[in-house]
Design a protein around this ligand. Structure first.
Ligand code: 2AM
Length: 511
Protein backbone atom coordinates (compact mmCIF):
# COMPACT_ATOMS: atom_id res chain seq x y z
CA UNK A 1 0.00 0.00 0.00
CA UNK A 2 1.06 3.58 -0.54
CA UNK A 3 3.34 5.05 2.09
CA UNK A 4 2.89 8.63 3.21
CA UNK A 5 4.01 11.00 0.52
CA UNK A 6 7.48 12.47 0.99
CA UNK A 7 7.53 14.85 -1.91
CA UNK A 8 5.59 14.82 -5.14
CA UNK A 9 8.70 14.37 -7.27
CA UNK A 10 9.86 11.23 -5.48
CA UNK A 11 6.52 9.56 -4.96
CA UNK A 12 4.69 10.00 -8.22
CA UNK A 13 4.43 6.98 -10.49
CA UNK A 14 5.35 6.85 -14.16
CA UNK A 15 2.24 4.96 -15.10
CA UNK A 16 -0.85 3.34 -13.57
CA UNK A 17 -2.68 0.10 -14.28
CA UNK A 18 -6.25 -0.87 -13.47
CA UNK A 19 -7.22 -4.56 -13.56
CA UNK A 20 -4.99 -7.03 -11.77
CA UNK A 21 -5.97 -10.28 -13.46
CA UNK A 22 -3.13 -12.39 -14.89
CA UNK A 23 -2.28 -10.14 -17.86
CA UNK A 24 -2.43 -7.00 -15.74
CA UNK A 25 -0.16 -8.39 -13.03
CA UNK A 26 2.44 -9.57 -15.52
CA UNK A 27 2.47 -6.32 -17.45
CA UNK A 28 3.01 -4.42 -14.18
CA UNK A 29 6.00 -6.61 -13.28
CA UNK A 30 7.42 -6.13 -16.77
CA UNK A 31 7.19 -2.35 -16.41
CA UNK A 32 8.74 -2.47 -12.94
CA UNK A 33 11.62 -4.58 -14.29
CA UNK A 34 12.33 -1.82 -16.76
CA UNK A 35 12.64 0.78 -14.02
CA UNK A 36 9.14 2.24 -14.13
CA UNK A 37 7.27 3.09 -11.00
CA UNK A 38 3.76 1.70 -11.37
CA UNK A 39 0.59 2.49 -9.43
CA UNK A 40 -2.00 -0.27 -9.44
CA UNK A 41 -5.70 -0.47 -8.69
CA UNK A 42 -8.26 -3.25 -8.84
CA UNK A 43 -12.02 -3.15 -8.30
CA UNK A 44 -11.75 -5.93 -5.75
CA UNK A 45 -9.17 -4.55 -3.30
CA UNK A 46 -8.05 -7.92 -1.93
CA UNK A 47 -6.60 -8.84 -5.34
CA UNK A 48 -4.49 -5.72 -5.19
CA UNK A 49 -3.28 -6.30 -1.62
CA UNK A 50 -2.42 -9.96 -2.39
CA UNK A 51 -0.48 -8.87 -5.47
CA UNK A 52 1.45 -6.20 -3.58
CA UNK A 53 2.27 -8.72 -0.83
CA UNK A 54 3.69 -11.08 -3.49
CA UNK A 55 5.63 -8.23 -5.07
CA UNK A 56 7.33 -7.52 -1.76
CA UNK A 57 8.47 -11.14 -1.55
CA UNK A 58 9.98 -11.05 -5.01
CA UNK A 59 12.70 -8.98 -6.62
CA UNK A 60 13.71 -5.52 -5.29
CA UNK A 61 12.49 -3.94 -8.55
CA UNK A 62 8.97 -4.93 -7.62
CA UNK A 63 9.09 -2.42 -4.77
CA UNK A 64 8.34 0.03 -7.56
CA UNK A 65 4.79 -1.29 -7.64
CA UNK A 66 2.47 0.68 -5.39
CA UNK A 67 -1.10 -0.41 -4.69
CA UNK A 68 -4.03 1.88 -4.00
CA UNK A 69 -7.40 0.93 -2.56
CA UNK A 70 -9.06 4.18 -3.59
CA UNK A 71 -9.37 5.12 -7.24
CA UNK A 72 -8.81 8.82 -6.46
CA UNK A 73 -5.54 8.13 -4.63
CA UNK A 74 -4.46 5.87 -7.48
CA UNK A 75 -5.11 8.53 -10.13
CA UNK A 76 -3.47 11.31 -8.09
CA UNK A 77 -0.34 9.20 -7.60
CA UNK A 78 0.52 9.26 -11.32
CA UNK A 79 2.73 11.85 -13.04
CA UNK A 80 0.96 14.20 -15.44
CA UNK A 81 0.08 13.81 -18.21
CA UNK A 82 -1.15 10.59 -16.64
CA UNK A 83 -0.80 7.29 -18.41
CA UNK A 84 -3.30 4.72 -17.19
CA UNK A 85 -3.59 1.24 -18.66
CA UNK A 86 -6.87 -0.62 -18.25
CA UNK A 87 -6.70 -4.40 -18.43
CA UNK A 88 -10.28 -5.27 -17.64
CA UNK A 89 -12.81 -7.35 -19.52
CA UNK A 90 -13.81 -6.06 -22.93
CA UNK A 91 -17.24 -4.49 -23.36
CA UNK A 92 -19.28 -3.40 -20.36
CA UNK A 93 -16.41 -3.60 -17.84
CA UNK A 94 -14.27 -1.31 -19.99
CA UNK A 95 -17.04 1.29 -20.25
CA UNK A 96 -17.71 1.03 -16.51
CA UNK A 97 -14.02 1.54 -15.73
CA UNK A 98 -13.80 4.54 -18.07
CA UNK A 99 -16.87 6.08 -16.42
CA UNK A 100 -15.40 5.67 -12.96
CA UNK A 101 -11.97 7.08 -13.75
CA UNK A 102 -13.00 9.86 -16.13
CA UNK A 103 -14.11 12.42 -13.50
CA UNK A 104 -10.64 12.14 -11.93
CA UNK A 105 -8.67 12.76 -15.12
CA UNK A 106 -7.40 16.07 -16.49
CA UNK A 107 -6.94 17.33 -20.03
CA UNK A 108 -4.02 15.67 -21.80
CA UNK A 109 -4.12 12.50 -19.69
CA UNK A 110 -3.87 9.23 -21.59
CA UNK A 111 -6.16 6.28 -20.97
CA UNK A 112 -5.02 3.03 -22.57
CA UNK A 113 -7.21 0.00 -23.14
CA UNK A 114 -4.89 -3.01 -23.28
CA UNK A 115 -7.74 -5.53 -23.49
CA UNK A 116 -9.19 -7.25 -26.53
CA UNK A 117 -11.75 -4.58 -27.36
CA UNK A 118 -13.78 -4.58 -30.53
CA UNK A 119 -12.08 -1.90 -32.64
CA UNK A 120 -15.36 -0.10 -33.33
CA UNK A 121 -15.83 0.30 -29.55
CA UNK A 122 -12.33 1.76 -29.42
CA UNK A 123 -13.18 4.25 -32.19
CA UNK A 124 -16.31 5.28 -30.28
CA UNK A 125 -14.44 5.65 -26.99
CA UNK A 126 -11.61 7.64 -28.54
CA UNK A 127 -14.10 10.03 -30.11
CA UNK A 128 -16.09 10.47 -26.87
CA UNK A 129 -13.00 11.04 -24.76
CA UNK A 130 -11.31 13.37 -27.26
CA UNK A 131 -14.17 15.83 -26.71
CA UNK A 132 -13.20 15.86 -23.03
CA UNK A 133 -9.51 16.39 -23.81
CA UNK A 134 -8.52 12.84 -22.85
CA UNK A 135 -6.30 10.81 -25.17
CA UNK A 136 -7.73 7.33 -25.51
CA UNK A 137 -5.47 4.61 -26.90
CA UNK A 138 -6.58 1.09 -27.79
CA UNK A 139 -3.46 -1.03 -27.65
CA UNK A 140 -3.38 -4.69 -28.61
CA UNK A 141 -1.29 -6.74 -26.19
CA UNK A 142 -0.37 -10.19 -27.40
CA UNK A 143 1.68 -12.99 -25.96
CA UNK A 144 -0.38 -14.37 -23.12
CA UNK A 145 0.88 -14.12 -19.59
CA UNK A 146 4.52 -14.90 -20.42
CA UNK A 147 4.47 -12.31 -23.18
CA UNK A 148 3.05 -9.70 -20.82
CA UNK A 149 5.72 -10.57 -18.27
CA UNK A 150 8.83 -10.73 -20.46
CA UNK A 151 7.94 -8.90 -23.65
CA UNK A 152 4.63 -8.82 -25.49
CA UNK A 153 3.92 -7.67 -29.01
CA UNK A 154 2.19 -4.31 -28.57
CA UNK A 155 -0.13 -2.80 -31.15
CA UNK A 156 -1.06 0.72 -30.11
CA UNK A 157 -3.62 2.87 -31.90
CA UNK A 158 -4.63 6.37 -30.80
CA UNK A 159 -3.20 9.77 -31.62
CA UNK A 160 0.40 10.55 -32.56
CA UNK A 161 0.61 12.80 -29.53
CA UNK A 162 -0.35 9.95 -27.19
CA UNK A 163 2.13 7.64 -28.89
CA UNK A 164 4.94 10.15 -28.25
CA UNK A 165 4.24 9.84 -24.54
CA UNK A 166 3.85 6.06 -24.56
CA UNK A 167 6.72 5.21 -26.90
CA UNK A 168 9.54 5.02 -24.29
CA UNK A 169 7.58 2.61 -22.08
CA UNK A 170 6.09 0.60 -24.94
CA UNK A 171 9.44 0.10 -26.65
CA UNK A 172 11.09 -0.85 -23.34
CA UNK A 173 8.56 -3.50 -22.31
CA UNK A 174 7.83 -5.00 -25.73
CA UNK A 175 9.49 -8.16 -27.01
CA UNK A 176 12.72 -7.50 -28.87
CA UNK A 177 13.84 -9.25 -32.02
CA UNK A 178 17.17 -9.19 -33.81
CA UNK A 179 17.05 -6.33 -36.30
CA UNK A 180 18.44 -8.45 -39.14
CA UNK A 181 17.21 -11.99 -38.62
CA UNK A 182 13.92 -11.16 -36.92
CA UNK A 183 14.58 -13.82 -34.31
CA UNK A 184 13.55 -13.14 -30.71
CA UNK A 185 16.55 -11.63 -28.99
CA UNK A 186 17.78 -14.08 -26.39
CA UNK A 187 19.99 -11.54 -24.64
CA UNK A 188 16.89 -9.54 -23.96
CA UNK A 189 15.05 -12.53 -22.59
CA UNK A 190 17.94 -13.30 -20.30
CA UNK A 191 17.90 -9.70 -19.03
CA UNK A 192 21.28 -8.80 -20.59
CA UNK A 193 21.90 -5.50 -22.38
CA UNK A 194 20.25 -5.61 -25.77
CA UNK A 195 22.26 -5.19 -28.95
CA UNK A 196 20.88 -4.57 -32.42
CA UNK A 197 17.37 -5.25 -31.22
CA UNK A 198 14.10 -4.01 -32.58
CA UNK A 199 11.09 -3.70 -30.28
CA UNK A 200 7.89 -5.48 -31.32
CA UNK A 201 5.77 -2.36 -31.23
CA UNK A 202 5.05 0.65 -33.39
CA UNK A 203 2.24 3.15 -33.73
CA UNK A 204 -0.20 1.23 -35.92
CA UNK A 205 -2.44 4.20 -36.70
CA UNK A 206 -5.13 6.43 -35.27
CA UNK A 207 -8.25 5.42 -33.38
CA UNK A 208 -9.08 1.71 -33.50
CA UNK A 209 -6.20 0.63 -35.77
CA UNK A 210 -4.27 -1.04 -32.94
CA UNK A 211 -7.21 -3.10 -31.76
CA UNK A 212 -8.16 -3.94 -35.33
CA UNK A 213 -4.70 -5.34 -36.06
CA UNK A 214 -4.78 -7.24 -32.77
CA UNK A 215 -8.12 -8.75 -33.77
CA UNK A 216 -6.74 -9.90 -37.13
CA UNK A 217 -3.70 -11.26 -35.30
CA UNK A 218 -6.10 -13.37 -33.25
CA UNK A 219 -8.01 -14.48 -36.36
CA UNK A 220 -4.70 -15.63 -37.84
CA UNK A 221 -3.91 -17.34 -34.54
CA UNK A 222 -7.17 -19.34 -34.85
CA UNK A 223 -6.30 -20.61 -38.32
CA UNK A 224 -2.64 -21.23 -37.41
CA UNK A 225 -3.79 -23.45 -34.54
CA UNK A 226 -6.44 -25.21 -36.63
CA UNK A 227 -3.93 -26.05 -39.37
CA UNK A 228 -1.56 -27.58 -36.83
CA UNK A 229 -4.47 -29.59 -35.40
CA UNK A 230 -5.37 -30.91 -38.85
CA UNK A 231 -1.75 -31.98 -39.44
CA UNK A 232 -1.90 -33.81 -36.10
CA UNK A 233 -5.26 -35.41 -36.97
CA UNK A 234 -3.90 -36.73 -40.28
CA UNK A 235 -0.79 -38.23 -38.71
CA UNK A 236 -2.85 -39.74 -35.91
CA UNK A 237 -5.67 -41.12 -38.07
CA UNK A 238 -4.08 -42.09 -41.36
CA UNK A 239 -0.61 -43.01 -40.09
CA UNK A 240 -1.63 -44.21 -36.62
CA UNK A 241 1.22 -42.26 -35.03
CA UNK A 242 1.50 -41.93 -31.24
CA UNK A 243 1.60 -38.47 -29.61
CA UNK A 244 5.29 -38.54 -28.69
CA UNK A 245 6.24 -39.60 -32.22
CA UNK A 246 4.17 -36.74 -33.63
CA UNK A 247 5.72 -34.44 -31.03
CA UNK A 248 9.14 -35.29 -32.45
CA UNK A 249 7.92 -34.53 -35.97
CA UNK A 250 6.69 -31.11 -34.83
CA UNK A 251 9.98 -30.52 -33.00
CA UNK A 252 11.80 -31.26 -36.28
CA UNK A 253 9.48 -29.00 -38.24
CA UNK A 254 10.18 -26.28 -35.72
CA UNK A 255 13.78 -26.20 -36.94
CA UNK A 256 12.73 -25.39 -40.50
CA UNK A 257 10.24 -23.26 -42.41
CA UNK A 258 7.53 -23.84 -39.81
CA UNK A 259 9.67 -22.56 -36.93
CA UNK A 260 7.11 -20.85 -34.70
CA UNK A 261 5.86 -20.58 -31.15
CA UNK A 262 2.71 -22.61 -31.90
CA UNK A 263 4.63 -25.48 -33.54
CA UNK A 264 7.11 -25.42 -30.65
CA UNK A 265 4.41 -25.71 -27.98
CA UNK A 266 2.64 -28.41 -30.02
CA UNK A 267 5.84 -30.48 -29.93
CA UNK A 268 5.94 -30.09 -26.14
CA UNK A 269 2.23 -30.77 -25.64
CA UNK A 270 2.32 -33.99 -27.67
CA UNK A 271 5.23 -35.34 -25.64
CA UNK A 272 3.64 -34.46 -22.31
CA UNK A 273 2.56 -37.43 -20.17
CA UNK A 274 -0.67 -37.32 -18.22
CA UNK A 275 0.14 -36.24 -14.63
CA UNK A 276 -2.69 -38.52 -13.43
CA UNK A 277 -1.18 -41.59 -15.10
CA UNK A 278 2.27 -41.37 -16.63
CA UNK A 279 1.55 -44.29 -18.96
CA UNK A 280 -0.75 -42.07 -20.97
CA UNK A 281 -0.18 -38.96 -22.99
CA UNK A 282 -1.99 -35.90 -21.71
CA UNK A 283 -3.33 -34.89 -25.13
CA UNK A 284 -5.32 -38.15 -25.32
CA UNK A 285 -7.09 -37.19 -22.09
CA UNK A 286 -8.00 -33.64 -23.09
CA UNK A 287 -11.63 -33.37 -24.19
CA UNK A 288 -11.96 -32.37 -27.85
CA UNK A 289 -14.15 -29.32 -27.40
CA UNK A 290 -12.52 -25.98 -28.14
CA UNK A 291 -13.50 -22.78 -26.40
CA UNK A 292 -13.33 -19.31 -27.87
CA UNK A 293 -13.53 -15.78 -26.58
CA UNK A 294 -14.74 -14.10 -29.75
CA UNK A 295 -11.86 -12.36 -31.52
CA UNK A 296 -11.70 -15.06 -34.23
CA UNK A 297 -15.42 -14.70 -34.78
CA UNK A 298 -15.10 -10.90 -34.98
CA UNK A 299 -12.43 -11.34 -37.66
CA UNK A 300 -14.65 -13.67 -39.68
CA UNK A 301 -17.70 -11.43 -39.26
CA UNK A 302 -15.68 -8.42 -40.34
CA UNK A 303 -14.44 -10.33 -43.40
CA UNK A 304 -18.07 -11.01 -44.33
CA UNK A 305 -19.03 -7.39 -43.69
CA UNK A 306 -16.23 -6.08 -45.90
CA UNK A 307 -16.66 -8.77 -48.55
CA UNK A 308 -13.12 -10.09 -48.22
CA UNK A 309 -12.66 -13.83 -48.82
CA UNK A 310 -11.02 -14.81 -45.54
CA UNK A 311 -12.60 -18.24 -45.77
CA UNK A 312 -9.82 -20.16 -44.03
CA UNK A 313 -10.01 -17.86 -41.00
CA UNK A 314 -13.80 -18.32 -40.86
CA UNK A 315 -13.33 -22.06 -41.27
CA UNK A 316 -11.10 -22.13 -38.19
CA UNK A 317 -13.91 -20.52 -36.18
CA UNK A 318 -16.47 -23.01 -37.51
CA UNK A 319 -14.10 -25.87 -36.72
CA UNK A 320 -14.19 -24.80 -33.06
CA UNK A 321 -18.00 -24.59 -33.24
CA UNK A 322 -18.18 -28.13 -34.65
CA UNK A 323 -15.84 -29.37 -31.93
CA UNK A 324 -18.12 -27.84 -29.30
CA UNK A 325 -21.12 -30.00 -30.28
CA UNK A 326 -19.40 -33.05 -28.83
CA UNK A 327 -22.52 -34.94 -27.73
CA UNK A 328 -24.10 -34.64 -31.16
CA UNK A 329 -20.89 -35.82 -32.81
CA UNK A 330 -20.68 -38.84 -30.56
CA UNK A 331 -24.22 -39.87 -31.51
CA UNK A 332 -23.58 -39.17 -35.20
CA UNK A 333 -20.34 -41.15 -35.16
CA UNK A 334 -22.42 -44.27 -34.55
CA UNK A 335 -24.92 -43.50 -37.29
CA UNK A 336 -23.12 -41.84 -40.19
CA UNK A 337 -20.55 -44.01 -41.88
CA UNK A 338 -17.46 -42.86 -43.77
CA UNK A 339 -14.98 -44.78 -45.93
CA UNK A 340 -12.98 -47.69 -44.51
CA UNK A 341 -9.61 -47.27 -46.03
CA UNK A 342 -6.06 -48.11 -44.98
CA UNK A 343 -3.07 -46.12 -46.10
CA UNK A 344 -0.42 -48.29 -47.66
CA UNK A 345 1.99 -45.64 -48.99
CA UNK A 346 5.22 -44.33 -47.53
CA UNK A 347 5.01 -42.84 -44.07
CA UNK A 348 7.92 -40.36 -44.39
CA UNK A 349 6.49 -39.20 -47.74
CA UNK A 350 3.10 -38.51 -46.20
CA UNK A 351 4.63 -36.72 -43.20
CA UNK A 352 6.55 -34.51 -45.65
CA UNK A 353 3.36 -33.91 -47.66
CA UNK A 354 1.51 -32.89 -44.49
CA UNK A 355 4.33 -30.47 -43.72
CA UNK A 356 3.99 -28.92 -47.16
CA UNK A 357 0.19 -28.74 -46.90
CA UNK A 358 0.55 -26.99 -43.55
CA UNK A 359 3.06 -24.49 -44.93
CA UNK A 360 1.04 -23.64 -48.06
CA UNK A 361 -2.21 -23.33 -46.12
CA UNK A 362 -0.45 -21.03 -43.66
CA UNK A 363 0.67 -18.76 -46.51
CA UNK A 364 -2.96 -18.52 -47.71
CA UNK A 365 -4.23 -17.83 -44.20
CA UNK A 366 -1.77 -14.99 -43.71
CA UNK A 367 -2.59 -13.68 -47.19
CA UNK A 368 -6.23 -13.50 -46.06
CA UNK A 369 -5.36 -11.73 -42.81
CA UNK A 370 -3.32 -9.11 -44.65
CA UNK A 371 -6.06 -8.68 -47.28
CA UNK A 372 -8.45 -7.91 -44.46
CA UNK A 373 -6.15 -5.26 -43.00
CA UNK A 374 -5.68 -3.76 -46.48
CA UNK A 375 -9.43 -3.40 -46.91
CA UNK A 376 -9.92 -2.02 -43.40
CA UNK A 377 -7.33 0.68 -44.00
CA UNK A 378 -9.38 1.92 -46.96
CA UNK A 379 -12.56 1.78 -44.92
CA UNK A 380 -11.11 3.71 -41.98
CA UNK A 381 -8.52 5.80 -43.81
CA UNK A 382 -5.58 4.28 -41.94
CA UNK A 383 -2.12 4.07 -43.42
CA UNK A 384 -0.99 0.67 -42.28
CA UNK A 385 2.58 -0.45 -42.81
CA UNK A 386 2.26 -4.19 -43.47
CA UNK A 387 6.00 -4.82 -43.33
CA UNK A 388 6.09 -3.26 -39.86
CA UNK A 389 2.97 -5.12 -38.75
CA UNK A 390 4.52 -8.45 -39.74
CA UNK A 391 7.66 -7.17 -38.02
CA UNK A 392 5.98 -6.66 -34.66
CA UNK A 393 4.37 -10.10 -34.94
CA UNK A 394 7.87 -11.63 -35.05
CA UNK A 395 8.36 -11.63 -31.31
CA UNK A 396 6.26 -11.74 -28.17
CA UNK A 397 2.95 -12.72 -29.68
CA UNK A 398 1.28 -16.10 -30.13
CA UNK A 399 1.76 -16.24 -33.91
CA UNK A 400 5.47 -15.38 -33.74
CA UNK A 401 7.29 -17.32 -36.40
CA UNK A 402 10.37 -17.30 -38.60
CA UNK A 403 7.99 -17.04 -41.57
CA UNK A 404 6.99 -13.50 -40.54
CA UNK A 405 10.42 -12.18 -41.53
CA UNK A 406 9.57 -13.26 -45.09
CA UNK A 407 6.32 -11.26 -44.91
CA UNK A 408 8.23 -8.22 -43.68
CA UNK A 409 10.70 -8.70 -46.57
CA UNK A 410 7.84 -9.04 -49.07
CA UNK A 411 6.13 -5.80 -48.02
CA UNK A 412 9.44 -3.95 -47.64
CA UNK A 413 10.29 -4.84 -51.24
CA UNK A 414 6.80 -3.97 -52.44
CA UNK A 415 4.63 -1.95 -50.01
CA UNK A 416 1.78 -2.08 -52.55
CA UNK A 417 1.82 -5.89 -52.84
CA UNK A 418 -1.74 -6.88 -53.70
CA UNK A 419 -1.70 -10.33 -52.18
CA UNK A 420 1.02 -12.12 -50.26
CA UNK A 421 0.71 -15.12 -52.59
CA UNK A 422 2.00 -12.93 -55.43
CA UNK A 423 5.31 -12.14 -53.71
CA UNK A 424 8.05 -14.08 -55.53
CA UNK A 425 9.17 -15.95 -52.39
CA UNK A 426 5.66 -17.07 -51.44
CA UNK A 427 4.69 -17.78 -55.04
CA UNK A 428 7.62 -20.17 -55.32
CA UNK A 429 6.79 -21.75 -51.95
CA UNK A 430 3.21 -22.41 -53.12
CA UNK A 431 4.34 -23.75 -56.46
CA UNK A 432 6.89 -26.03 -54.81
CA UNK A 433 4.48 -27.48 -52.28
CA UNK A 434 1.11 -27.59 -53.99
CA UNK A 435 1.56 -31.15 -55.29
CA UNK A 436 1.88 -32.42 -51.75
CA UNK A 437 -0.86 -30.08 -50.53
CA UNK A 438 -3.31 -31.53 -53.06
CA UNK A 439 -2.18 -35.06 -52.25
CA UNK A 440 -2.96 -34.50 -48.57
CA UNK A 441 -6.40 -33.03 -49.27
CA UNK A 442 -7.27 -35.94 -51.59
CA UNK A 443 -6.02 -38.47 -49.08
CA UNK A 444 -7.95 -36.83 -46.25
CA UNK A 445 -11.12 -36.95 -48.36
CA UNK A 446 -10.58 -40.59 -49.28
CA UNK A 447 -10.05 -41.51 -45.65
CA UNK A 448 -12.90 -39.38 -44.35
CA UNK A 449 -10.65 -37.18 -42.21
CA UNK A 450 -11.99 -33.63 -41.74
CA UNK A 451 -9.43 -31.03 -42.81
CA UNK A 452 -11.60 -27.94 -43.34
CA UNK A 453 -8.75 -25.45 -43.04
CA UNK A 454 -6.40 -27.28 -45.46
CA UNK A 455 -9.26 -27.60 -47.96
CA UNK A 456 -10.52 -24.09 -47.55
CA UNK A 457 -7.03 -22.62 -47.97
CA UNK A 458 -6.50 -24.71 -51.09
CA UNK A 459 -9.83 -23.55 -52.53
CA UNK A 460 -8.78 -19.97 -51.83
CA UNK A 461 -5.53 -20.54 -53.69
CA UNK A 462 -7.34 -22.18 -56.61
CA UNK A 463 -10.10 -19.57 -56.64
CA UNK A 464 -7.68 -16.66 -56.54
CA UNK A 465 -5.65 -18.03 -59.47
CA UNK A 466 -8.73 -18.77 -61.61
CA UNK A 467 -9.49 -16.13 -64.23
CA UNK A 468 -13.02 -17.36 -64.95
CA UNK A 469 -15.08 -18.59 -62.00
CA UNK A 470 -18.59 -20.04 -62.33
CA UNK A 471 -20.03 -16.74 -61.12
CA UNK A 472 -21.14 -16.13 -64.73
CA UNK A 473 -23.78 -18.81 -64.20
CA UNK A 474 -24.56 -17.48 -60.74
CA UNK A 475 -25.12 -13.96 -62.01
CA UNK A 476 -27.36 -15.32 -64.75
CA UNK A 477 -29.37 -17.15 -62.09
CA UNK A 478 -29.73 -13.91 -60.19
CA UNK A 479 -30.93 -12.16 -63.30
CA UNK A 480 -33.39 -15.01 -63.97
CA UNK A 481 -35.17 -14.99 -60.64
CA UNK A 482 -34.61 -11.45 -59.47
CA UNK A 483 -33.82 -9.30 -62.53
CA UNK A 484 -30.52 -8.41 -60.85
CA UNK A 485 -28.89 -7.76 -64.28
CA UNK A 486 -25.45 -8.87 -65.43
CA UNK A 487 -22.37 -7.46 -67.09
CA UNK A 488 -21.09 -8.96 -70.36
CA UNK A 489 -17.63 -10.29 -71.16
CA UNK A 490 -17.76 -8.56 -74.55
CA UNK A 491 -18.81 -5.13 -73.25
CA UNK A 492 -17.16 -2.54 -70.99
CA UNK A 493 -17.48 -3.09 -67.24
CA UNK A 494 -20.25 -1.04 -65.65
CA UNK A 495 -22.84 -1.69 -68.37
CA UNK A 496 -25.70 -3.82 -67.13
CA UNK A 497 -27.99 -6.11 -69.12
CA UNK A 498 -31.14 -8.05 -68.45
CA UNK A 499 -32.88 -10.85 -70.32
CA UNK A 500 -36.61 -11.46 -70.27
CA UNK A 501 -36.28 -15.01 -69.11
CA UNK A 502 -39.08 -17.46 -69.87
CA UNK A 503 -41.42 -17.98 -66.95
CA UNK A 504 -40.34 -21.17 -65.17
CA UNK A 505 -42.89 -23.96 -65.05
CA UNK A 506 -44.69 -23.56 -61.81
CA UNK A 507 -47.51 -25.72 -60.48
CA UNK A 508 -50.79 -23.90 -61.08
CA UNK A 509 -52.74 -23.00 -58.01
CA UNK A 510 -56.22 -24.45 -58.03
CA UNK A 511 -58.81 -21.77 -57.39
P1 2AM B 1 -12.22 -7.81 -10.21
O1 2AM B 1 -10.97 -8.47 -9.70
O2 2AM B 1 -12.78 -6.85 -9.24
O3 2AM B 1 -13.23 -8.80 -10.71
C1 2AM B 1 -10.41 -9.11 -15.38
O4 2AM B 1 -11.62 -9.71 -15.09
C2 2AM B 1 -10.25 -7.82 -14.62
O5 2AM B 1 -11.32 -6.94 -14.96
C3 2AM B 1 -10.27 -7.98 -13.11
O6 2AM B 1 -9.25 -7.19 -12.58
C4 2AM B 1 -11.65 -7.48 -12.74
O7 2AM B 1 -11.77 -6.94 -11.45
C5 2AM B 1 -11.84 -6.40 -13.76
N1 2AM B 1 -13.26 -6.06 -13.94
C6 2AM B 1 -14.22 -6.85 -14.42
N2 2AM B 1 -15.40 -6.20 -14.46
C7 2AM B 1 -15.17 -4.96 -14.01
C8 2AM B 1 -15.98 -3.81 -13.83
N3 2AM B 1 -17.26 -3.83 -14.15
N4 2AM B 1 -15.39 -2.70 -13.34
C9 2AM B 1 -14.07 -2.69 -13.03
N5 2AM B 1 -13.25 -3.74 -13.17
C10 2AM B 1 -13.79 -4.87 -13.67
Amino acid sequence: MAKKKKSKATTQSDIGLIGLAVMGQNLVLNMADHGYKVSVFNRTTSKMTDFIAQCKEREPSHERVIGYAKLRDFVMSIKRPRKIIMLVQAGFATDATIDSVLPLLQKGDILIDGGNALWTDTIRREKDLAVKGINFVGSGVSGGELGARFGPSLMPGGSKEAWKSLKPIWTAIAAQVDRKTGKPNEDYQAGKPVKKAEPCTYHIGPNGAGHYVKMVHNGIEYIDMQLICEAYMLMKTILGMKPDEMGKVFARWNKGLLDSFLVEITADILQQRDPANKKNFLVDKVLDTAGQKGTGKWTAVNALDMGIPANAIAEAVFARCLSAIKDERVVASKKLKGPRKRYSGSKPALVKAIHDALYSSKICAYAQGFQLMAEAQNEYDWKLNFGKIAGIFRGGCIIRARFLQKITDAYTKNPKLQNLMLDPYFKKALHDSQRNWRKVVVLATEHGVPVPAFMSALSYFDGYRTAVLPANLLQAQRDYFGAHTYERTDKKRGQFFHVDWPEPDRPQLKV
